[in-house]
Design a protein around this ligand. Structure first.
Ligand SMILES: Nc1ncnc2c1ncn2[C@@H]1O[C@H](COP(=O)(O)OP(=O)(O)OP(=O)(O)O)[C@@H](O)[C@H]1O
Ligand SMILES: [Mg+2]
Length: 356
């Protein structure tokens, strides 16, 4: 659909909730400068495609446009072929129909196995997906996902946040790193943040990722409340816990707080490193966290550590309980039923329902 509007009305598009056009063509053939609202628009909606129509490709105007985050500039004489090429270039990068759910993993405490779970679930989802899966390590610096995936990532989520004005499908693609299973990784930076990035904009990064992959998995730092506040586009939040009293209590509080903050999101708890001899049993955990625990992952320290040292996710190997548990969790999130023969024996209580 084509809509013609006055440049002054651009301000209405800037609003965070304003529906965005596929392409915004800004006609500057009779205007002296790039409208100031454009930069705000691109900051608020980095994925909105903007084309400038100019009377000449004047360097000052082009620079101004680039600074505002404009995607393309077309000058007179206007030729249909140039406009078609620009539109195909921009819209061709979008893969409509791909848009898939986002699953976030957050630990009830440090060291419970959140990254292990996120990495292995994401690896299984890659095998299930037609348009690939992406794991985003939302630890802004020094996250571990790359180690578990044996990846040597050159760019990070920090680069995405520091270049939001350039963030489009192609730029995202240039930041991710393909790992051994075919899973893409947007890694954590191995440098500290020099400038405080606008973490509130993480939502835009997640939204763009979701538009490009069948599944997007987030390894979420528990301690960063700003990151925890950026999960609006997430279908399922998985709180990872174990059977220690402090962790179970935290899991209960976190799940309750997350349900209030994200009422449309399915918040579930899984137990990693299940210990059948623990004083705190399955039912005790369910009572505290206020929901069924449909997935428990057995403890296998040797196998988990070996996988990490090899940089090869456990989920790539069959015939062990650990891998079967992660696979079942991934299939449950994806809404794919697990075959009886593939189920791990420890405590599956059926499928969780209610994805958004
Ligand atoms: N099911 C399991 N059985 C045995 N060991 C496990 C299991 N899951 C994870 N581990 C081991 O526990 C350690 C911590 O795992 P991981 O880094 O995934 O935890 P985390 O919760 O992400 O930690 P952090 O809070 O530092 O981010 C690793 O050595 C990992 O190999
Ligand atoms: Mg971790």
């Amino acid at each position: 659909m084509t809509t013609v509007t006055w440049v002054n009305d651009l301000s209405t598009l800037v609003d965070a909730k304003a529906a965005q056009p596929d392409v915004l063509l800004v006609d500057l053939r009779h205007a002296p400068a790039v409208p100031p609202q454009l930069a705000s628009l691109k900051r608020q909606h980095p994925t909105t495609n903007v084309i400038l129509l100019a009377s000449t490709l004047e360097p000052a105007l082009m620079l101004e446009g680039m600074r505002a985050g404009v995607n393309e500039c077309i000058a007179e004489p206007l030729r249909q072929a140039d406009i078609d090429a620009a539109l195909t270039g921009l819209l061709g990068q979008h893969r409509p129909g791909v848009a898939g759910p986002v699953f976030a993993f957050v630990g009830a405490k440090g060291g419970v196995g959140t990254t292990t779970t996120a990495v292995n679930v994401a690896t299984t989802l890659t095998k299930l997906s037609p348009a690939g899966a992406l794991l985003i390590d939302l630890h802004l610096a020094y996250g571990d996902a790359a180690v578990f995936l044996g990846a040597d990532a050159r760019f990070s989520v920090l680069d995405a946040l520091e270049n939001l004005h350039r963030l489009d499908p192609q730029f995202l693609k240039s930041l991710v790193c393909r790992t051994v299973s075919g899973l893409d990784l947007l890694a954590s930076a191995d440098r500290p943040t020099t400038r405080v990035p606008d973490v509130r904009r993480l939502g835009s990064v997640i939204q763009l990722a979701a538009s490009q992959y069948s599944y997007t998995v987030l390894d979420v730092p528990r301690s960063d409340l700003t990151v925890l506040d950026s999960l609006d586009h997430v279908a399922n939040i998985v709180v990872v816990a174990n059977q220690e009293l402090a962790t179970v209590r935290n899991a209960g509080r976190m799940a309750a707080a997350l349900r209030v903050r994200y009422p449309k999101t399915n918040v579930m708890t899984v137990i990693n490193r299940t210990d059948g001899r623990s004083e705190i049993n399955h039912q005790d955990v369910e009572k505290v966290v206020g929901s069924t625990i449909a997935h428990q992952v057995p403890s296998d320290y040797r196998r988990a550590l070996l996988a990490m040292h090899k940089g090869r996710p456990l989920a790539l190997d069959n015939h062990n309980q650990l891998s079967a548990s992660f696979t079942a969790l991934a299939r449950d999130l994806a809404g794919v039923e697990t075959k009886k023969s593939e189920r791990a024996t420890s405590g599956f209580k059926g499928l969780l329902s209610g994805r958004r």
